[in-house]
Design a protein around this ligand. Structure first.
Ligand SMILES: Cc1ncc(COP(=O)(O)O)c(C=O)c1O
Length: 451
């Protein structure tokens, strides 16, 4: 007899991942039938035409196939060749061999220097783990923290479904805290206290708070005071912090700046809060989602717990080596004066400028549609507008009808969580500018006639 659905565990059956759910499956079906689909459902920049940075791809190509250095002399700038040689020497055996479980030491040292340069704080390279994208790192830390069905993780609502899905899979509990839509998606101490009190009243043993900054799906950016407040809250209640900082380069308002949790924790001299920070090659201006590169870094974690993290990571042997090489390229970009600098700066600037223009275009366009309200998209790659729906209709109905009628593929707000009685959808800002204009136009017509 073959395996049956009833053979599977409840946790697997209960796990949901809206970003690739039924609406996306229907979009793929329609596309097969010849319909043009505008995929606004997932932050996958290169699938929507964004080009990989030359620097990254030259380094990856040379590391993957070092013979190119001799076969195509002159085809690669000297700094890309020197960087690839350094990575290969650092790995000792090239990209085809496992590395140590934490990742290649030479690359972790480069990540430590990157954090030092960004935050002016010291970093222990052994507290850095290279991962297959940030997702794997988040999963490792959630696995570490969830010890039983009463263990809870505070997760923002709306949230990125990696968190809800993984917590369900590991049979823990979500302790939701609500971001304040009326206040640019900021979060307040009062809301955090209320959410924690409610979780405790339900018998949940809350272990950690997860914060996504800049926010997915909200696009909100936290300032230093907000981060200090969260650290103080975590300290008061004995919680660890998971700081998902994969969008740290995606900040669009001149008044905002990315501030890392690590830096604020260091400035506050807090030693009682364990912090796990995540970064990735998938977002920012690199958009190397398919390469699966990233890292996590931890602070205030005792040695015996760090040893357990190492053990968990060693079950996977190590992160993929091309992803590790891409992480090196991310944290060690060419500096002014190096041969690759001008191209790198031009490519980076062009990508960030277009993302910024699209963020403005989309938010302004959505706000012109009666019945749709969108906050300023301050960061990340998404808008999460609220929508007024006819009685009895859900945001899933809305997203499915939008797809059928216009070919625009978005994710219903219910996949991310939302305040009871409200409805939203999430769209990325990634389609090319002319497609965004089309999205806004088609959405306006669709929204006006949706019954
Ligand atoms: C907030 C957030 N965290 C983590 C990830 C995972 O990214 P990756 O595993 O590609 O690094 C994503 C991807 O969209 C994200 O939006």
């Amino acid at each position: 007899m073959t395996i049956r659905l009833t053979d599977l565990g409840k946790a697997v059956l209960d796990t949901e991942y809206a970003v690739r759910g039924p609406i996306v499956a229907r979009a793929a079906e329609l596309e097969k039938q010849g319909r043009e689909i505008i995929y606004c459902n997932i932050g996958n920049p290169q699938s929507l035409g964004q080009k990989a940075l030359t620097w990254n791809r030259q380094i990856l190509a040379l590391c993957e196939y070092p013979a190119l250095m001799d076969l195509a002399p002159g085809a690669f700038p000297a700094d890309a060749i020197a960087t690839a040689r350094a990575i290969l020497a650092g790995t000792k055996h090239g990209l085809g061999a496992y590395s140590e479980s934490r990742g290649v030491c030479f690359i972790r040292e480069a990540v430590a220097e990157f954090i030092l340069e960004r935050d002016h704080i010291g970093v222990d390279p052994d507290a850095i783990f290279l991962t297959d994208g940030a997702s794997k790192g988040v999963q490792t830390i959630l696995r570490l923290l969830i010890g039983g069905p009463q263990d809870g993780i505070m997760v923002p609502i709306p949230q990125y479904p990696l968190y809800s899905a993984t917590i369900t899979l590991y049979e823990g509990r979500m302790a939701p805290y609500y971001l304040d839509e009326a206040n640019g998606w900021k979060l307040s101490r009062a809301m955090l206290e209320a959410s924690l009190a409610q979780a405790k009243a339900e018998g949940t043993r809350v272990k950690a708070i997860c914060v996504i900054n800049p926010g997915n799906p909200t696009g909100g950016v936290l300032d230093e005071a907000n981060i200090a407040m969260i650290i103080d809250f975590a300290k008061a209640h004995g919680l660890s912090i998971l700081a998902d900082e994969v969008y740290q380069e995606n900040i669009y308002l001149p008044a905002d700046a990315f501030v890392s949790f690590a830096r604020v924790l260091h400035q506050m001299e807090v030693k009682e809060v364990s912090l796990f920070s995540f970064h990735s090659c998938s977002k920012g201006f690199l958009g190397e989602c398919g390469v699966r590169g990233g890292y996590f870094e931890f602070r205030n974690v005792p040695d015996d717990v760090a040893a357990q993290i190492l053990k968990l990571q060693s079950v996977n042997l190590c992160a993929n080596l091309p992803g590790q090489a891409a992480t090196f390229a991310m944290v060690r970009p060419p500096k002014p004066g190096m041969p690759s600098y001008a191209t790198y700066a031009a490519e980076k600037g062009a990508i960030l400028d277009t993302l910024k223009q699209r963020a403005i275009l989309l938010a302004e366009g959505l706000n012109r549609i009666g019945g749709i309200t969108c906050n300023v998209i301050a960061g990340a790659m998404y808008a999460f507008p609220s929508i007024a729906l006819p009685p009895g209709r859900t945001d899933s109905d809305y997203a499915m009808a939008l797809l059928e009628q216009t070919g625009i593929c978005v994710v219903p707000g219910s996949g991310f969580g939302q305040v009871e009685g409200t409805a939203h959808f999430r769209t990325t800002i990634l389609p090319p500018t002319e497609k965004i204009q089309q999205v806004v136009k088609d959405l306006a017509e669709f929204h006006r006639t949706f019954k």
